[in-house]
Design a protein around this ligand. Structure first.
Ligand SMILES: Cc1ncc(COP(=O)(O)O)c(C=O)c1O
Length: 373
């Protein structure tokens, strides 16, 4: 049996909507993007969402819109994808890593204050695997020190924790619609925020810093545009927006399937003594990724065996500070963030998506539990 690592959920209606968008005049940012932005903001319960080309772009622009730049330090986690800390580097700021909680793999708020210096300007928590960080604790620390909070919600559209949803306490929340995400347009992203000012800045910065977009110019009689600030080319297209709309309507049903599969994995792995990050009480995980923790000495061999037995796998993630560029540029070494390092050396991500069948789930459980014994 071959169990794919991921299958997307685009259905025939989504494909029809995409085809309709292709038949229209405006392939780039236009009415469909505006409609998706409103739809997405309403789903999150936030007033503003701005569609961009990726979560990497969303993080870059959200940080810039929060005033982060040259000379600043941004506190984040080493247990994440490189996009998180790379976006900090794009702004000219420096990422400052703080170790994670050994139970959840999320940034440990108890360690954040010790990392704050006179140059710290923001905290960038990552809601890893779909579970939100303790945003009440992080917001309180940020407020005590006058810092911005930009949330990496690449894994966390459907999440909540202690009644808090993505973007509710942060200054900006950044989302991904990359190929393997819970809803996807192949590539895509969004910034959602309570702040009209931050949304406005992101809107300008996603389009070269220009005062109007092509869609605006198409909809009106011609008037000259200006460029008041240096921006980037990160605007979402109508084609991406068209693919996302129907998936957003079905997002809770899709989530429920992954929640049930995760519960089945958790029951089986608890019985077999296989470790995995825990979802804390009071949290709704978006259930984006399901990772297990195996003996670091046997992890790479276990990856091979899973693949040989037809189970699609990934590694999310090896600790960022130990990757060559970060280690060389900043002098990071083993031992600096030992919990993230141990998790990075132990982790294996298993298939988790709504289309997994009962025999496929049983096969994954069977192969993993046989590895463990
Ligand atoms: C935690 C995290 N942050 C950011 C990103 C970047 O997302 P994108 O590929 O949309 O730029 C990813 C992508 O996988 C991610 O997993």
């Amino acid at each position: 049996m071959k169990v794919e690592f991921f299958k997307h959920n685009l259905d025939e209606d989504d494909i029809r909507r995409l085809a309709e968008a292709c038949r229209g005049v405006m392939l780039t940012t236009g009415a469909e993007v505006k409609s998706f932005e409103e739809h997405f903001a309403a789903y999150l319960g936030l007033p503003h969402a701005v569609g961009v080309t990726s979560c990497t772009a969303a993080l870059h622009l959200a940080l810039l819109a929060c005033g982060i730049g040259e000379g600043a330090e941004v506190i984040t986690t080493p247990m994440t994808f490189v996009a998180t800390s790379n976006a900090v580097l794009y702004t000219g700021a420096r990422p400052v890593f703080v170790d994670v909680d050994p139970v959840t793999a999320l940034i440990d708020p108890r360690r954040i204050e010790a990392a704050i210096t006179a140059r710290t300007r923001a905290i960038l928590p990552v809601h890893l695997y779909g579970q939100m960080c303790d945003m009440r604790a992080i917001r309180a620390i940020a407020d005590r020190h006058g810092l911005k909070v930009v949330e990496d919600c690449a894994h966390a559209i459907e999440s909540a924790r202690d009644g808090v949803r993505p973007g509710a306490l942060g200054d900006a929340a950044c989302f991904s619609f990359y190929a393997t995400k819970n809803i996807t347009s192949g590539e895509g992203g969004a910034v959602a925020t309570r702040s009209a000012e931050i949304a406005g800045r992101v809107r300008t910065l996603r389009q070269h810093g220009m005062s109007t977009s092509a869609g605006d110019r198409y909809a009106r009689t011609y008037s000259h545009w200006d460029m008041e600030t240096l921006g980037w080319k990160y605007n979402m297209t109508n084609l991406s927006a068209a693919m996302l709309q129907g998936q957003l309507d079905r997002i809770e049903t899709l989530w429920l399937s992954r929640e049930r599969i995760s519960a089945e994995y958790e029951r089986a792995f608890d019985t077999a003594g296989v470790g995995f990050p825990r979802v804390v009480g009071g949290a709704k995980s978006a259930r984006h990724l399901f990772t297990i923790w195996v003996d670091p000495a046997r992890r790479d061999e276990a990856l091979m065996q899973l693949q040989q037995q037809g189970v699609g796998i990934a590694v999310n993630y090896r600790a960022v500070h130990l990757l060559t560029y970060y280690a060389r540029r900043f002098g990071f070494a083993r031992g600096m963030f030992p919990i993230a390092e141990r998790i990075g050396d132990s982790t294996i991500t298993l298939p988790l998506y709504a289309k997994l069948t009962a025999p496929e789930i049983a096969h994954v459980i069977d192969v993993v539990t046989r590895l463990a014994t």
